[in-house]
Design a protein around this ligand. Sequence first.
Ligand code: LMR
Length: 394
Amino acid sequence: MLANLKPQAPDKILALIGEFKADTRQGKIDLGVGVYKDANGHTPIMRAVHEAEKRILASETTKSYSALAGEPDFQSAMAGLVLGAGHKPELTAALATVGGTGAIRQALELARMANPDLRVFVSDPTWPNHVSIMNFMGLPVQHYRYFDNDTRGVDFEGLKADISAAKKGDVVLLHGCCHNPTGANLTLEQWAEVADILEKTGAMPLIDLAYQGFGDGLEADAAGTRLIASRIPEMLIAASCSKNFGIYRERTGCLLAQCGDATTRDLTQGAMAFLNRQTYSFPPFHGAKIVATVLNTPELRADWEAELEAVRSGMLRLREQLARELSSLAGSDRFGFIAEHRGMFSRLGATPEQVKRIKEEFAIYMVGDSRLNIAGLNDTTVPILARAIIEAGV
Ligand code: LMR
């Protein structure tokens, strides 16, 4: 039977990890997968995470099952982190998931349980795995315009026109901040216009919040999501703890569902727990416990916020340095968008041939659509990348 399986194309982002490892050239630079790295190319364990783990280890007395939808301390800490003071606990269902990807998958399963004819609107481009998951689930996908290749900013007129075609019963997937793969983001005024359209159409927003704290700060990065939550009664949020807590391999994520009334909230909470049970039963415990411990312990939370802020400002400095280097080499400010973008990624706008040339001639790896991970750079490698970009004719 298994011989009937069809070969699957490897995930392009993950395949790059193997290709980079196999490259024996000295001085190779990895700007591929979205993992934070410090100036030495190391992905550190954050101080508060390390301390929380020590405390958990010292106090833990059992490895018995926990709660099917996740522990209440994790659920409420995540709802608070994402939704802030506007959080309405009586209207919000929460589910611990296997990473942010698990939250996306459960969100789509939940929406399809509610509407078997579900269509999902996604930005063009979006994280490739969004579309891959939807295709695998057999969900119809509608792309809405998002990235303007000329300005390297958001094509907001195109976005508005395209999401206006969504209807009640559809889901519109939006990146809460730090758009992956482009780095181009909506302003708060634009979020308000998106809310107008969602109000008018009745389509349900699903916000992918995978990089809270990596763009303009923990609060600013959640501002668009919170604005939508204040205006649209029903919404889903898939939050990841992989990046902002640096706990990638612990697979920690959370699906939040804001519901129109308390009865629907209870119904939704039950459906979400059911989905976990059908998919993998209990969600991972350890990462969620780390997150709850950090967020609920004032001194750990303060230290985590400080370290996250240092990570964020370090990436911003690298963006500015790269934009400066490129502007002096190019003799123009056409790469100024790199300093305007936010988060880990920027889409350079290079052709696939130019990306290939940068890899082959300069041993610099970025995703084929010319997405580069800013956190893969340091002071020394920024000028090397800038020269490669110019020499490749970008
Ligand atoms: C990325 O986009 O590089 C990250 O979200 C990692 C992944 O799983 O693709």
